[in-house]
Design a protein around this ligand. Structure first.
Ligand code: ARG
Length: 467
């Protein structure tokens, strides 16, 4: 080999440089590298390599000596990374080639045999699945901690009366516990979406190689089992190409964040001076650098704001995938940052919520007073008249006129005298005051899913069994 040729070979990328005659442009090298963000999958990459090596050995493509060298070498690489001693290099492009290069530097030729019957395409598809599978576990655990917090608060505030709203106008009285259980149900569906996603995702791409499979007598069931997958993916082109599992995770996350954002909105409103329903402990709030009196509900505001990036990440991935021909395309390298950002955001938001919810303090008197305003028991009076025999539409009309008079007098319906009430309908008797109270109103909605304190307590027990 001439000196010129030698120099050329030394400079060109070792993993694929064979057919290249000039070195990658320095900018292009950095532009196409993913190591800065995909190195967080190093444990999954190493686990995938261990499984692949064991499989190659089982089908007699890799010798016992090579296998033990590879396994030992991978242990060392993992330790180096964990100790912060590993030198990540952009010129080695991604996590896969960085690890393989270091392995080969440690154990020599055996390291170069690891990639037999494998491609980075099935390797990366495997790594992301393993990574996401593990992360979903953390997400689900945080979500369940939030659910526990919601149940605790629901139980504690089962009797607490507040106004229920439609159109943000006082509608009917509800219990605060009931409201917390509504949030619980929203999160419960989010958890089940994550569980579905995890189930569908848990199939192994290894063996798909670049796109068409490999000519070695591989045992795909074996490597799938080694890695805890349900089984091998059925089609090699699909296995290296689709990122629908990541999109699904991002969609479930967008839904969860939308729920957290709605809760945030209510927390912000409730903690305002105008509502003054709750107190968020100081540790979840911050002050203002100019207005000394301020205590701002930063945590819910920030979670509400972070919903934007999670929604954006979903759109990024959908747009990334659309129009990609089979099979692998470099576009797919762009899947990681939106996915990782979504994971980090969702985990952080859930953690903040799970910590904050049990610490919420209700201002009972303010909630009660607000429920007294706005004629929240008007429907109860109509229902009362229906029970006495009046058709509902007529009852609606009668109560409407009573509300108009009460409005004029600046009184609640329950503050009108029996005489005054009887002026609207002769069917009204002394027992009307049982239904005109807030307590009577909530207690009467005593069926599955209703707001009665008794139901809330039952629902808390039932919900607890589902977590
Ligand atoms: N870093 C790449 C990615 O994230 C790994 C797969 C590269 N495969 C390839 N044929 N260039 O998708």
């Amino acid at each position: 080999m001439s000196a010129k040729d030698q120099k050329k070979t030394a400079k060109v990328n070792q993993s694929w440089g064979g057919r290249f005659s000039e070195q990658t442009d320095a900018f292009v090298e950095a532009f196409t590298a993913s190591v800065e963000f995909d190195q967080r999958m190093y444990r999954q990459d190493i686990a995938g390599s261990r499984a692949h090596a064991r499989m190659l050995n089982k089908v007699a493509v890799l010798s016992d000596d090579d296998l033990s060298a590879i396994l030992k070498g991978l242990d060392q690489v993992e330790q180096e990374i964990e100790a912060g001693e590993f030198e990540w290099s952009v010129s080695r492009e991604d996590v896969h080639m960085n690890i393989e290069a270091r392995l080969t530097a440690i154990i020599g030729d055996a390291g170069k045999r690891l990639h037999t019957g494998r491609s980075r395409n099935d390797q990366v598809a495997t790594d992301i699945r393993l990574y996401l599978r593990e992360q979903i576990e953390h997400v689900i655990n945080e979500a369940k901690r939030l659910q526990q917090g919601l149940l605790g608060l629901a139980e504690k505030e089962a009797d607490t009366i507040m106004p229920g709203f439609t159109h943000l106008q006082v509608a009917q009285p509800v219990t605060f516990g009931h409201h917390m259980l509504a949030w619980f149900e929203m999160v419960a569906r989010d958890v089940s979406r994550y569980e579905d996603c995890r189930e569908r995702m848990n199939m192994c791409p290894l063996g798909a190689a670049a796109l068409a499979g490999t000519s070695y007598p591989i045992d795909r069931e074996f490597s799938a089992k080694e890695l805890g997958f349900t089984g091998p993916m059925a089609n090699s082109l699909d296995a290296v190409s689709d990122r629908d599992f990541a999109i699904e995770f991002c969609a479930a996350s967008a839904m969860l964040m939308t729920h957290l954002s709605r809760m945030s909105e209510e927390l912000v409103i409730w903690s305002s001076a105008q509502f003054n329903f709750i107190d968020l402990p100081d540790r979840f709030c911050t002050g203002s650098s100019i207005m000394p009196q301020k205590k701002n509900p930063d945590v819910p505001e920030l979670v509400r704001g972070k919903t934007g990036r999670v929604n954006g990440n979903l759109i990024s991935l959908l747009t990334l995938m659309k129009s990609q021909p089979l099979a692998y395309n470099k576009d797919n390298q762009e899947d990681k940052e939106p996915l990782f950002d979504t994971l980090d955001t969702v985990r952080g938001s859930l953690r903040a919520f799970a910590d904050m919810i049990p610490a919420i303090e209700c201002k009972h008197a303010n909630m009660y007073a607000a429920a007294k305003q706005g004629f929240s028991t008007a429907t109860d009076l109509a229902d009362y008249l229906v029970r006495k025999g009046l058709p509902f539409r007529d009852a609606h009309e009668v109560v409407g006129s009573a509300v108009a008079v009460a409005l004029e007098k600046e009184l609640d319906l329950s503050d009108l005298s029996l005489d005054e009430l009887q002026g609207f309908s002769a069917m009204i008797a002394e027992d009307v005051f049982d239904v005109l109270t807030l307590e009577g109103s909530v207690a009467s909605r005593n069926h599955i899913g209703g707001t009665a304190p008794e139901q809330v307590r039952k629902a808390v027990i039932e919900a607890g069994k589902r977590i």
